[in-house]
Ligand binder design. Structure first.
Ligand code: L34
Length: 295
């Protein structure tokens, strides 16, 4: 079997078209323009490229977007002051602080400082708590994107054996939780594997759906999966550079070999990455509607 390729690029495009219409309507009918600020501390090239893509996408959809970059040696207090400024800015409905932050800045303290109503990343403990309880909240962008990819490509999750590899706060923990909830894209039996898991392959071989979010290039090999598995590859690993200096990317899954066994698989690039960016747009629109009392 050769797998169907689940294109994040195409799915993201379709969702962006829907959002464009919604954003135009918001402006016409309610005079509301969703506003987003992205804050980057330092000059990590990958983070820079993600943040730039977020602003470009926002702009293309008619979202007001501001991009702030602080020097790598900026103090925690400077960052907290900036967040406070945007917490009080009525034009801004969503605040995103790109992670990772430099080591001298306390990440939790920064994330706690964002007004939960403007926390379009869904990382504030209030939103994490609501998510776990299954209440209305901002879903973190990457897990949100994975759910959309699965549902829009018709993958049945109800009753499925799902194996999540990785236990990060950004992906592993939230996607595991969302997929066991009573909701679209949920109702699965979820196993979470991580660096201390004894026999990872024994788990992955049983899986109907594997979500790989570890950050180790090509870690999931063909011998670790069963025929007909659905693979969501969250890894975006930079494994080298081309002659003209462009990054060569690889996922956490050995795509070429695994696609021969899988029923469906997401590529890297063009899989989960573009969905993460698009879900940020969706969350920003949700934030603007909430601020305007429309939901
Ligand atoms: N606060 N920090 C915060 N929110 C997030 O949602 C993120 N994440 C992760 C890192 N830090 C964050 C992102 O934005 C990962 N991430 C992200 C976003 C976009 C892409 C990858 C990761 C993406 O667009 N990837 C492209 C390849 C782009 C390239 O050439 O590097 C892809 O097709 O996969």
């Amino acid at each position: 079997m050769t797998a169907k390729i689940i294109s994040g690029t195409e799915t993201a495009k379709a969702i962006r078209e829907e959002l464009k219409i919604e954003i135009a309507e918001l402006q016409e009918k309610h005079n509301v323009v969703p506003g987003l600020v992205t804050i980057l501390v330092g000059e990590d090239p990958a983070s820079q490229s993600y943040v730039t893509a977020k602003n470009k996408t926002a702009h293309a959809l008619g979202i007001h977007s501001e991009q702030v970059t602080l020097a790598a040696d900026s103090s925690e207090q400077e960052l907290l002051n900036l967040i406070e400024k945007y917490n009080n800015d009525e034009k801004i409905h969503g605040i995103l602080v790109q992670l990772p932050l430099p080591k001298h800045i306390n990440e939790a303290k920064v994330l706690y400082a964002i007004n939960p109503d403007k926390d379009v990343d869904g990382f504030h403990p209030v939103n994490v708590g609501k998510m776990v309880l299954g209440e209305q909240c901002y879903l973190p962008c990457t897990p949100h994107g994975i759910l959309e990819l699965l549902t829009r490509s018709g993958v049945k999750t109800s009753g499925a054996e799902v194996v999540v590899i990785g236990r990060s706060n950004i992906v592993g923990k939230p996607i595991s939780n969302l997929m066991l909830q009573k909701r679209d894209g949920g109702n699965a039996t979820v196993t979470i594997c991580h660096t201390r898991t004894k026999d990872m392959a024994a788990h992955t071989r049983r899986a109907d759906i594997i979500i790989a979010a570890v950050g180790v290039p090509k870690m999931v090999t063909a011998d670790m999966v069963k025929d007909g598995v659905v693979i969501i590859d969250v890894g975006v690993n930079r494994i080298g550079k081309t002659a003209d200096g462009k990054a060569i990317l690889a996922g956490d899954v050995d795509f070429d070999a695994v696609k021969e066994k899988a029923a469906a698989i997401t590529p890297v690039p063009g899989g989960v990455g573009p969905m993460t960016i698009t879900m940020l747009m969706k969350n920003t629109v949700q934030a603007a509607k909430q601020a305007a009392g429309l939901i």
